[in-house]
Design a protein around this ligand. Structure first.
Ligand code: HGY
Ligand code: MN
Ligand code: MN
Length: 412
């Protein structure tokens, strides 16, 4: 009994076409038309398997493959559906397709698991709409209260609640659709590694021991606009000069305050008015700090805040700093990791146990249930870019391990 390479290939080949930037990678934001098309494709596939399917109030795709014992907690399997802008064809969706393929194999072999299997395609994991990651899983597990949806705004100032309503969803249902600890035995997520470890060491499987936490903040430096030609250098309040001094110091701050596993990224910068012959009045940028170790992240964050204030004072500018997301480092479930390891060994697959620098919905789900994550290699360690690639053979291998892990969990 094994998963089908041909079907996995077909699924990925079909869904990667649902992008708003054809020819420039995959851009499939949650609540977009491309997202709807991907969901409709998966819904058709799940209905053909006799599954109950729905999209919950925050846009997560939820499929149910009924088990023999309805009173037992369910086993969730899946990942996220959305992508970053000009992203790849494999991040997130590979785990949803692997989950679908696993259920196809159960169906075609007439295997009725004891536990009901819940397929989940999380919404808004990338934070592409609202700037904060893993919102779909945080809202549906209650980590973010549904009452918060009117306060979370997208880049045009529209609330999450409005975006959901405009997308034909019903956020009023969220509390009734909550994923509760008592209802779930565990969750399994297959995901591409998004880094170079497996590919460089020629390993087929990564068993994820821990998932990095995040401290994502927005820094805003406020100066004064003025004429680029007429304003003497000693009479300027140039926000861009100050911001660039802070940003160029981030690497040293990580080196001096973090661990070897700590990373920090300034990935987004906005300048106002962003005109070549006007001194910048305002500059906003994000700082995304990651590590499994919370103390290391907090030390780096504290120094970024101190340094930003010091440089702003030096130029007599204002500095506003706000939290976008903060999430602790998460360990996955040892028991599930051991099941995965036994399976991988019995199949003779090369593997390693490793950490994830990327965040995942599994980290959110780990707050309410046992989670296990299986990584498959990313070619050249590239991800969040159009060149992102994982071979279908690797995805099949990971899916076969996912299938066997789920069956072992079902027998517990
Ligand atoms: O940001 C991340 O690590 C994830 O890809 N959303
Ligand atoms: Mn992902
Ligand atoms: Mn991602």
């Amino acid at each position: 009994m094994e998963t089908s390479l041909a079907r996995i290939k077909k699924d990925i080949g079909t869904i990667q076409k649902f992008t708003s930037t054809p020819g420039q990678g995959c851009t499939r934001f949650s609540y977009s038309i491309e997202d709807k098309k991907a969901k409709n494709y998966l819904i058709d596939e799940m209905i053909s398997l006799g599954m109950d399917v729905k999209i919950d109030g925050v846009g997560n795709l939820r499929g149910t493959y009924k088990g023999q014992c309805e009173n037992l907690p369910i086993i969730l399997v899946g990942s996220h559906m959305d992508t970053v802008k000009h992203g790849g064809s494999f991040d997130g969706i590979t785990g949803v397709i692997a989950a679908l393929e696993v259920i196809r194999v159960l169906k075609e072999n007439n295997i009725n698991t004891k536990h009901t299997i819940g397929l989940i395609g999380f919404a808004e994991e990338e934070g592409s709409n609202f700037g904060a990651t893993t919102l779909g899983s945080k809202v549906i597990t209650g980590k973010i209260a549904s009452s918060e949806l009117k306060n979370i705004k997208n880049f045009e100032g529209k609330s999450y609640y409005e975006v959901l309503e405009e997308s034909g969803l019903n956020p009023e249902n969220i509390d009734k659709e909550r994923l509760d600890k008592k209802d779930i035995l565990g969750m399994l997520e297959l995901h591409i590694e998004q880094s170079i470890v497996l590919d460089k060491n020629n390993l087929s499987i990564g068993i994820v021991k821990g998932i990095a936490g995040t401290r994502t903040y927005g820094v805003e430096i406020i100066g004064e606009s003025n004429h680029a030609g007429a304003t003497p250098m000693n009479m300027r309040k140039d926000a861009l000069i100050a911001a660039s001094e802070i940003i160029s110091h981030v690497n040293d701050i990580v080196k001096e305050n973090g661990l070897s596993t700590t990373v920090a990224t300034v990935g987004k910068i906005e300048c106002h008015p962003n005109v070549s012959n006007v001194i910048a009045e305002k500059v906003g940028f994000t700082i995304d700090i990651r590590d499994l170790d919370d103390y290391a992240m907090d030390r780096v964050l504290k120094e970024v805040i101190n340094y930003s204030n010091r440089i702003s004072d030096k130029y007599e500018l204002k500095c506003n700093i706000r939290q976008i997301t903060s999430f602790k480092g998460t360990k996955t479930c040892e028991k599930i990791n051991n099941i995965i390891e036994d399976i991988v060994k019995s199949r003779g697959y090369s593997y390693c146990k490793m950490l994830s620098g990327a965040v995942h919905d599994s980290a959110v789900m780990a707050e309410i249930t046992d989670v296990g994550m299986i990584f498959v290699p990313s070619k050249d360690g590239k991800s969040h870019v159009p060149e992102e690639y994982t071979s279908f053979e690797d995805i099949k291998r990971g899916s076969d391990v996912l299938l066997e892990t789920l069956l072992k969990l079902d027998k517990i």
